[in-house]
Design a protein around this ligand. Structure first.
Ligand code: R5P
Length: 306
């Protein structure tokens, strides 16, 4: 893709662990990718160095790529990098966080509980002019700006590219969402390819403890694909798979936007009878089957052109 801006007008900043994703995005967006150096002191503190030019400056437009799985230390990186970038000449700073952390804790269920979505959202809004992300977990709010109040907030979805993959691999799939929140992604995917579809009812009792009821559906002999925004412990999808297998599904595969897969999540899925697991590359994982660089680049061009 042609350069959006020359490298003295804009750049894409990244850390070494996301080099592959940064190069894909830079190439799709026509930006120059520049690595930030990161040193961890023996006591755990971080020292960063930003890739300034010969005069010690950064371009006026900078894009920082950081997918926020395992987010805690990354939030400190963002604080250090964003504040420093401003002092080095950056006037417009965009965060591309293909996975945006802390969006699920969006209400205080008990007195004194931290509503992380508001706190982390406010923190990011204080650092960035624009945020681009994919399927943030917005349950009780409709728009990303309500959580991250930046002038430019853009949300992409993995549902349609995952639907294209499902249509290719399981053309007659019965698409099932494991809970009410997944209804939005199921609707998008079904509208694109006309899949039969249904959504389960879930109640969460603890991190690894969920209860679920299947909707009225005939899964007998069907190739079922479970679609959701994320798998963390995998217990939600594992229980759905187990129930669908008991209901006679011929196969159950899984497609998720965000492959968090904490601990033994993948094993739990396979133990429950799941065959294939597909994900987008918002979080690097062996299950990645869909690249998001092109849609992210389109969003980035819109943000930078505004
Ligand atoms: C919640 O509604 C999300 O969409 C996922 O269903 C949930 O986060 C999955 O969590 P786990 O894999 O730990 O069951």
């Amino acid at each position: 893709m042609a350069q959006i801006f020359s490298s003295d007008r804009a750049c894409l900043l990244y850390f070494a662990d996301e080099e592959a994703a940064a190069q894909r995005l830079a190439s799709a967006a026509g930006l120059t990718a520049l690595a930030m150096e990161r040193h961890r002191f023996p006591d755990g503190e971080l020292k960063l160095r930003l890739p300034v030019d010969a005069s010690g400056r950064l371009p006026p437009h900078a894009v920082l790529l950081r997918s926020l799985h395992q987010p805690n230390e990354k939030l400190v990186e963002l604080l250090l990098a964003a504040r420093t970038a401003r002092g080095l000449g950056v006037q417009h700073l965009t965060l591309v966080a293909p996975y945006l952390a802390y969006m699920r804790q969006d209400i205080a269920f008990h007195p004194g509980e931290v509503v992380s979505q508001q706190v982390v959202g406010g923190f990011l809004a204080g650092l960035f002019d624009a945020v681009i992300t994919v399927d943030p977990h917005l349950h009780r709010i409709d728009r990303l700006e309500q959580a991250v109040a930046v002038p430019q907030a853009m949300v992409l979805s993995g549902a349609e590219p995952l639907a294209d993959l499902i249509a290719e691999r399981r053309p007659n799939a019965l698409l099932v969402g494991p809970d009410g929140e997944s209804a939005q992604w199921i609707a998008q995917a079904a509208a694109r390819h006309g899949f039969d579809h249904a959504v389960c009812t879930k109640v969460r009792h603890g991190d690894r403890d969920v209860a679920m009821e299947l909707p009225t559906l005939n899964a007998q002999g069907r190739a079922v694909v479970l679609l959701d925004d994320m798998a963390s412990t995998g217990r939600t999808l594992a229980l759905a798979a187990q129930l669908l297998r008991q209901a006679g599904a011929a196969s159950v595969d899984v497609a998720v936007t965000h492959a968090l897969f904490a601990g033994d999540a993948l094993q739990a899925l396979h133990d429950a009878g799941v065959g294939e697991v597909w994900s987008t590359d918002c979080i690097p994982h062996p299950s990645n089957a869909v690249e998001m660089a092109k849609p992210l680049a389109v969003a980035l061009r819109t943000v930078l052109a505004a």
